[in-house]
Design a protein around this ligand. Structure first.
Ligand code: SAH
Length: 562
């Protein structure tokens, strides 16, 4: 697995120069700066502690430019919960000290050495094994995996106590290590893909050199894979990836089996059966065993799963929420971080960024929704990870329905095979309501006043019935230059059923810079107070208003009804 790019977290402008030097070493890393204190960061955050903990929980390597103590205290509550940690480093603001704190098995010392070299200082490495041998035996390079961590720790402490070691099998990276080698040693590092019980005093390291090609039709797939590996005497730890025919891309059984094995799932054209599929993919002399449903191929070298066939494409339709980063769901942030392509109306794509140089942005006009949806499927069908952005929630007058409509209309199997996910966001009506209090605290009705995609007569009918039913009302798309008269007409219909003093909330650019919130009444409301960036909430007969001590008013609709 490749690690995500590190996050460089700074508290003040004084650290920016050092942060930028580190960013040159990791061009995909983003600089996170404290809002109001740092200008020129890629992302701004409100609260240091919450931000650091969120990054840690998302397994993102953290490079914090502040005192080590601050980082330790901030992450302390999380440390006991987690087995595997991302690398965490504290770096002096002026770049004079690089201190690896956590994530020894996640390569923190490697990062520390790289950063220290970039800053022309020496990293404060404290791991005895690394200092003595120049490498972390417990953290083999990608393509290899350690058999048992606890056993490994004992092994390293024996070495530190003065024991010597034999190396069996091929471990090219260990050649550079300053291990006390001796052919007669009691301790041995054994590198190989064979399944066997480790002998006493033996550290097992498995090359990830095995590919398992399977048919999704196998009953109890992961158990069957385990049995096939056992029969072939191949260690499950050596499996680099699971491979299947691309016609079976959407199979949940395959996904589960890959998940249980903890390996990537790849696909290729497999019309000629799994044995041929496995042989074709490895492209080098390989031992093949197994049958027509599960074939095991062992390569001479570790395999890079990214070079084998292709992944199942993914298309996520995401909601950014109203705009503020803290109102964006963590699942949405994670999806944006691993996207290859980001599609959407330019304003929203920009709001979702910034993006790394390897991520492709496809900005289009707001009206080209169906075309954008089809383009998203074309990209995802190639195995890419694609995100379509909407503001608020993607299912509320936004892209999710357009994407599903494009899929429904299509008979293209590769589109239907895409892993399609809709990730929700906080919709403008709810974000606005929350700022005003609880105007939608009882039954309410959500309407778009745009007659671009539906006849005005339908809107009039719905308005009339909803107003009559005494539902609180939330108007999206209330007005635009191309639709100047509709709002006045809508208010006239509502006015037939509601008192003039009915509370009204106008939220403009809620959750975005320059947001405004205004509380007024139905008789005072005029279309000039509203534009296309405004959310209009109209109360029901029970909605009430009272002053807030800090100024302004609270608006709420009680949950009871007479
Ligand atoms: N999917 C979006 C709505 C898209 S329709 C959501 O769930 O919020 C666009 C309309 O939403 C705009 O015309 C405006 O009425 C409203 N809107 C979207 N974002 C807003 C914001 N930040 N503040 C106020 N209104 C907003």
């Amino acid at each position: 697995m490749t690690r995500p790019a590190p996050a460089i977290v700074i508290l003040g402008n004084g650290s920016l120069a050092t942060a930028q030097k580190i960013q040159q070493l990791y061009p995909h890393a983003l600089i996170h700066g404290l809002a109001g204190r740092v200008e020129g960061a890629d992302r701004s955050y409100q609260e240091f502690g919450a931000t650091l903990r969120e990054l840690y929980q998302q397994d993102i390597p953290i490079i914090a430019l502040c005192a080590a103590g601050i980082v330790i205290r901030t992450l302390a509550p999380l440390l006991l919960e987690k087995g595997a940690e991302p690398p965490v480093l504290a770096i002096a603001e002026d770049g004079s000290a690089v201190v690896p704190l956590l994530g020894g098995l996640g390569g923190v010392n490697v990062l520390a050495r790289e950063i220290a070299a970039g800053l022309n200082v020496t990293a404060a490495i404290t791991t005895s094994g690394e200092l003595r041998f120049g490498t972390c035996l417990l953290n083999p390079p990608s393509g290899y995996t350690l058999g048992d961590l606890e056993q490994g720790k004992r092994f390293v402490s024996d070495l530190l106590a003065g024991e010597t070691v034999r190396i069996e099998g091929s471990a090219p990276w260990l050649a550079q290590a300053k291990l006390p080698e001796d052919d007669q040693a009691r301790l041995a590092v054994h590198v190989g893909h064979a399944e066997r019980e480790p002998a006493a005093n033996e550290l097992m390291i498995y090359p990830r050199s095995v590919l398992v090609a399977v048919s999704a039709a196998v009953v109890d797939l992961s158990v069957a894979i385990g049995e096939a590996l056992h029969q072939a005497k191949v260690a499950v730890q050596s499996v680099a990836c699971l491979l299947a025919c691309e016609t079976e891309m959407a199979s949940p059984a395959l996904r589960e089996a890959a998940f249980e094995l903890g390996v990537p799932l790849r696909f290729a054209d497999g019309a000629d059966g799994v044995r041929a599929l496995a042989r074709r993919m490895i492209g080098q002399p390989a031992v093949i065993c197994g049958d027509d449903t599960i074939a095991i191929a062992v390569a001479e070298q570790p395999l890079d799963p990214l070079q084998i066939g292709r992944a199942r494409g993914r298309l996520a339709v995401i909601g950014l929420g109203p705009g503020a980063a803290e109102l964006m769901a963590p699942a949405v942030k994670a999806e944006l971080a691993c996207a290859n392509d980001v599609l959407g109306y330019e304003t929203y794509v920009r709001m979702a960024g910034p993006f790394r140089a390897d991520q492709v942005m496809h900005c289009t006009d707001n009206r080209e929704e169906m075309q954008r949806a089809r383009h998203a499927f074309e990209l995802a069908a190639q195995g890419r990870s694609v995100v379509v952005v909407s503001s608020g929630d993607p299912g509320v007058f936004a892209m999710a329905a357009a994407v599903l409509e494009a899929l429904h209309e299509s008979s293209e199997a590769s589109w239907h095979n895409v892993d399609l996910q809709i990730l929700p966001g906080i919709s403008a009506s709810l974000a606005t309501a929350a700022q005003a209090g609880a105007p939608l605290g009882h039954d309410f009705c959500v309407l778009s006043l745009s007659d671009n995609l539906k006849p005005w007569s339908i809107i009039e009918k719905r308005l009339d019935l909803a107003a009559q039913a005494d539902l609180a009302l939330a108007f999206y798309n209330p007005i635009s230059r191309a639709r100047p008269w509709q709002l006045a007409c809508a208010l006239e219909i509502v006015g037939k059923h509601r008192k003039p003093a009915t509370p009204v909330v106008l939220g403009r650019d809620i959750g975005r810079p320059g947001q405004t919130l205004r509380v007024t009444t139905l008789d005072q409301l005029t279309p000039e107070q509203v534009d296309m960036r405004t959310m209009v909430l109209i109360g029901s007969s029970t909605t009430c208003v009272f002053p807030r001590v800090e100024g302004g008013q609270w608006v709420y609709t009680p949950r009871w009804y007479k």
